[in-house]
Design a protein around this ligand. Structure first.
Ligand code: AMP
Ligand code: GLY
Length: 426
């Protein structure tokens, strides 16, 4: 088969690395790809959201299957458009992708189908939102309705912070039209977990649960980012809890979407909070593979990824299974100093080869380009360093040993990815 991966991040590099090993795949392309993806795929310079140009490329090259990484093309309807042109593609339709692209839709959907989530109110008038927060004396979470690259959620510790968040979204339009409507919800205490699953519209097949580290700095301080690291499998989400999540969250979501005439095919990603009493609530849904989650679980996957994707597309997911190595993975993201706010790019990266040559270490590129044989920083999140080990301790130590070998100007990273899961300290 000839395959195209759409996207340019660490998630797409991890997918490309895995897909390259599939016995089904003869040729692999990425659009637009990045400096690291170049090592495993032919990169073509088409932006991930240029749906028409992507379809034309696929027709011209005779590509058999397209796999979409980011949410933007999915929310723009790449799957519907490809299907119209009779091109094979893996991902949800535009209507099903609303589970991620509109938080108002997602929250109302959850309420209709009794899917556990934080209690909430939605607003499309700024005065109403302000009046609501003035009547409350508790920590609240303010969320822009639309896509905001993972940054449209603000945790407001008091009335003033809630007011600032509402004004930033609805008046200053910090995230453009994404802030036309907002959701305000109850703040939930607990441990976060990402549970991703293949779904063919009817069946679900969960992947290994992952812990994502969203905050910029150690000890979960600082602003939210796209994700600064991840650990898989998630130590808190054991087999029993995963089954409960499948029964009470994943399956009802898939059957609800099907009942509404928008069956969801692809990867359903549930961002969850496991509360102190172990009850689980949905924080958000995404309609795609997560990043950096994918960088952590992909090296643990024994099965052929393409085979599972084909079962999903053919709506035969009940016949598929995914096998995993009995190991742990820790992914540390190396970012440009300043991220998630302003940062500089264009710095040369050193030590990559030495780090990548380490046993059980995988370096996935998030924001790099290649110039005259050198790797250059080209984004906020630059590299993901994943190490696999027999236990969290081994994976943690290995990952940070590899991190120590890599350098670029203003490189920054968290030093505590997976630390809380290491018994007896490092
Ligand atoms: P979201 O944009 O909905 O994924 O939220 C981004 C991050 O904000 C989540 O990963 C959580 O860390 C935090 N968050 C969102 N909603 C809540 C909530 N209701 N209670 C506590 N934390 C939340
Ligand atoms: N790691 C969070 C996301 O992929 O949205």
């Amino acid at each position: 088969m000839k395959l195209l991966i759409v996207g340019s991040g660490g998630r797409e590099h991890a997918l490309a690395w895995k897909i390259k090993q599939s016995e089904y795949v003869k040729e692999l392309y990425a659009a637009p790809g990045n400096g690291g993806i170049l090592d495993v795929a032919e990169c073509v310079n088409i932006p991930a959201d240029d749906i028409r140009q992507l379809a034309t490329f696929v027709e011209k090259k005779g590509i058999d299957l397209t796999i979409v990484g980011p949410e933007i093309p999915l929310s723009l309807g790449i799957v519907d458009y490809f299907n119209k042109r009779r091109l094979n593609i893996f991902g949800p339709s535009q209507a099903a992708a609303r589970i991620e692209s509109s938080k108002v839709f997602a929250k109302r959907f959850m309420r209709s189908y009794d899917i556990p989530t934080a209690s909430f109110v939605t607003f499309d008038r700024v005065e109403d939102a302000l009046e609501f927060v003035h009547s409350r004396d508790e920590r609240l979470v303010v969320k822009a309705d639309g896509l905001a690259a993972g940054k449209g959620t603000i945790i407001a510790n008091n009335e003033d912070e809630a007011e600032t968040a509402i004004k930033r979204m609805m008046i200053e339009r910090f995230w453009g039209d994404a802030g036309k409507k907002i959701v305000i919800e109850k703040y939930l205490e607990g441990v976060e977990a990402s549970v991703l699953a293949f779904t063919d519209g009817e069946n679900v097949l969960p992947l290994l649960p992952v812990q994502d580290y969203k905050r910029a700095y150690d000890n979960n301080k600082g602003p939210n980012t796209g994700g600064m690291g991840s650990v898989s499998p998630h130590p808190v989400v054991d087999k029993n809890l995963l089954q409960e999540i499948t029964d009470t969250i994943l399956l009802p979501t898939i059957s609800g979407l099907r009942r509404e005439g928008n069956p969801f095919k692809g990867i359903l990603y549930a961002g969850l909070i496991v509360q102190p009493d172990r009850s689980v609530k949905v924080i958000e849904f995404n309609c795609r593979f997560g990043d950096p989650e994918t960088q952590a679980f992909i090296p643990l996957m024994k099965s052929d990824l393409i085979e599972v994707i084909l079962y999903t597309i053919e709506e035969r997911l009940d016949e598929a299974e995914v096998l995993w190595y009995d190991k742990k993975a820790v992914t540390v993201m190396l970012a440009s100093g300043g991220y998630p706010k302003k940062y500089k790019k264009g710095f040369e990266i050193t030590g990559l080869k030495e780090a990548a040559d380490m046993e059980s270490v995988h370096i996935f590129h998030s924001g790099t380009l290649r110039r005259n044989g050198a790797y250059i920083t080209n984004g906020g999140r630059v590299l993901g360093v994943t190490a696999v080990g027999d236990n969290y301790n081994e994976a943690f130590n290995r990952s940070y040993r590899a991190v120590d070998m890599i350098n670029f100007e203003r490189m920054t990273y968290r030093t505590d990815i997976g630390l809380e899961f290491i018994k007896g300290g490092v």
